[in-house]
Design a protein around this ligand. Structure first.
Ligand code: GLC
Length: 673
């Protein structure tokens, strides 16, 4: 059941697609305070209550005990003390005796104090009392989640090839670099479906351009890659280079499509290309114009994109640059003092402090509005521009799109990746935990930069990370330009990588089926154990195992030098290990705690009793997958069924009943396993 409350003059975010009437009385679940400080929602917290949700944030799955802030930020240090990352997912769930979901539909900065200031209080506050609050009740956390998801609309469904493995790196510049990657993978028989193109494919970092010196005939190059069954996926950045003669810049200026300053002039920002303008994605006409630009690349054969720097990330503005320079001049004019070092060091932060959000404006279809009021919608609206355009550009075939920044509602248009993580073991754990929270908020097509983006990865870390990435819909290895080469074939015994990634393809019939079904049923693909076993106290405390679809539990290894890990089984399950010989080891296990041994080149998983997985034979790309001849694997003590979703992988006609098949497995078929 949903109750909607409206305060002040809420800004229409488009997050909610259901038409709901507003309650006249006060919210039932917490106290509201509206005063000169803004809006505050306060609710006492029971000692045992766990708090879930908040999507892309640091720390564990249970969000209790910290102050999280939604203020989208280009944040490359995903440390425990960070309050905001790239996205604003203002949905939380409380595991009270009567479970509760709360969605704060507010597009500016909003804070979630989940028992940090006072252990027994949930305090949600924002500066302006203009928002909608949704209270959602239901029998279980999972049901509340489904209600919330139905209210916010069906999650984006990626083409099937985009569930294949992808290689990316900031630093591939020319055709040869891409060929080298593809050859490296194909020669070593490591599966590969996509290679991502970072900013260097463009001419001077200008969106919708190709550097012809590096790609003399891009269209031909795209088809050369297609022949090798490789999809090229270029990046698109939010900032448009200021340059005379650059058509996107000139058109934007002429049509008034850019954000403006106080006086109504195009607002100067800066990003990779140097000085830029930021398209006003909150304006429908701008979205239509920008969305259409993707056609330049789809016409050349491109069928996937990633949208970046759309928090928006602004390196500096003319004002902040001037202010910093002025402070430096003053600094230099004074006699050198040791303590002044701190003054100077702190200056770098002033280039792009959130203060700049007050300096520019949007034209929200006729209403002029300051950026700070709608800051968290920017990446969402950029990706909406793309998503809406793709429905026209490619009505019959899905196009891959995922974004760095997002807000709830964007999950209908695209996925997200989890930003600039580091090659740290702790970030592998963060990836596991964040993925569960993102699923609650509708972001099913998601994954982290496998191996880690910043800093140097290790062979062991990459293998362990890939063994978790095997299960995430977006499975992409991406790294920063100044780090160790992270392509799998650069490490010793590439066959280990071929095996681990190969398991992804073996599991793909199940993973794809569960992914699409979760989207179509407004359900979660990954769930914390607490959602499936709410009465099991032990299960509720588990932060490093996830349920995947109906039948599977994943238990990644995320510590260095470990030869395995402890797992908790909330019920009897079949332990399955994919070993490099291609064989599958299985063992029936009782409910309880067990230690499992897992080598670096093995992939572990658990299947619930009387559930089974359809497995394909290994393949080197999605196109080569044979899905007619499947092996069923499970521990069956009674006749069991599995509803398999299977389509061509690109249709947008998801609801056709033909896409479903019921697979059955009987005890005699397998003699138990
Ligand atoms: C940002 C992105 C990263 C990309 C880099 C260069 O840091 O998050 O993925 O590689 O920009 O485009």
């Amino acid at each position: 059941m949903i109750r909607k409350y409206s305060f002040g003059h809420p800004i229409e975010t488009g997050a909610v697609v259901q038409d709901l009437h507003c309650e006249k009385d006060k919210p039932r679940t917490g106290k509201i305070r509206i005063d000169e400080k803004g809006f505050t929602y306060i609710r006492p917290l029971e000692k045992e209550t766990a708090i879930y949700g908040l999507g892309e944030t640091v720390r564990g799955i249970n969000k209790r005990g910290w102050q999280y802030v939604s203020e989208n930020e280009d944040q490359s240090f995903h440390m425990e003390d960070v309050r905001s990352l790239y996205s604003a997912h203002n949905f939380i769930l409380l595991s009270d005796s009567e479970p509760l979901g709360l969605f704060f539909d507010y597009s500016g900065r909003i804070s979630f104090d989940t028992g940090y200031t006072r252990a027994d209080r949930l305090i949600v506050s924002c500066e302006h009392a203009d928002l909608c609050l949704y209270e959602i009740t239901g029998e279980s956390l999972r049901e509340i989640c489904r209600t919330f998801r139905k209210m916010t609309g069906r999650s984006y469904i990626a083409p099937k090839w985009a569930l294949g493995y992808g290689q990316s790196r900031w630093g591939y510049e020319r055709e040869e670099d891409f060929r080298k990657v593809v050859d490296g993978y194909r020669k070593n028989h490591i599966p590969l479906d996509a290679v991502y193109m970072d900013i260097d494919y463009m001419k001077a970092y200008k969106d919708f351009t190709i550097d012809q010196e590096k790609f003399p005939d891009f269209k031909r190059f795209v088809s050369e890659m297609k022949e090798k069954k490789i999809h090229l996926v270029p990046i698109i950045d939010a900032g448009i280079k200021q340059e005379e003669g650059y058509d996107v810049c000139e058109e934007g200026l002429e049509m008034g499509y850019f954000c403006t300053d106080r006086e109504g002039r195009p607002f100067d920002t800066a990003c990779w290309p140097g000085l830029t303008y930021h398209p006003d994605f909150l304006n429908a006409k701008t979205r239509e114009w920008f969305g259409n630009k993707y056609r330049i690349l789809t016409d050349l054969g491109i069928d996937g994109f990633w949208n970046d720097m759309n928090e928006p990330s602004v390196f500096y503005t003319k004002r902040t640059m001037e202010e910093v320079r002025e402070k430096m001049r003053k600094f230099l004019s004074k006699p050198a003092k040791e303590t002044a070092f701190f003054e100077l060091a702190g200056l770098t932060e002033e280039f792009s402090s959130p203060e700049i959000y007050k300096d520019f404006y949007h034209d929200m279809d006729g209403t002029r509005i300051c950026h700070d009021r709608v800051h968290n919608l920017y990446g969402y609206m950029m990706t909406r521009a793309a998503g809406e355009a793709f429905e026209k550009i490619s009505p019959d075939r899905r196009i891959l799109i995922f974004s760095r920044s997002s807000y709830i509602g964007m999950h209908r248009y695209g996925g997200i990746w989890q930003g600039d993580n580091k090659s740290w073991w702790s970030h592998l754990l963060l990836n596991i935990q964040m993925t569960a929270s993102l699923n609650m908020c509708g972001f099913l097509y998601t994954g982290a930069d496998l191996g880690g983006f910043g800093s140097d990865t290790g062979r062991d870390l990459l293998l362990r990370w890939l063994a978790f990435g095997v299960f995430t819909p977006l499975m992409r290895n991406h790294s920063a330009f100044n780090t160790r080469n992270q392509e799998c074939y650069n490490f010793e015994n590439p066959e280990d990588f071929a095996h681990v990634i190969g398991v992804r393809y073996r599991l793909l019939p199940y993973l794809y089926s569960e992914y699409v079904k979760a989207a179509l049923k407004d359900d979660m693909y990954f769930r914390p154990l607490a959602f499936d076993y709410p009465m099991d106290r032990m299960a509720c405390g588990i932060e490093d195992q996830l349920m995947l679809g109906e039948g599977l539990m994943v238990t990644p290894i995320y510590t260095q030098n470990a030869d395995g890990r402890y797992v908790y089984l909330p019920e009897e399950m079949l332990f399955v290990k994919f070993i490099p010989s291609g064989e599958i080891e299985t063992k029936r296990m009782e409910k309880g705690i067990h230690y499992i041994h897992v080598e670096l080149n093995e992939v572990p998983l658990f299947i619930r009793k009387n559930h089974f997985l359809p497995l394909a034979a290994a393949a080197e790309c999605v196109d080569d997958l044979d899905e007619e001849d499947l092996t069923l694997l499970g521990w069956i003590t009674e006749k069991s069924e599995y509803l398999l979703y299977h389509d061509d992988g690109y249709t947008r006609d998801y609801e056709t009943p033909d896409h479903y098949r019921i697979l059955t497995m009987d005890t005699e078929d397998a003699g138990g396993i």
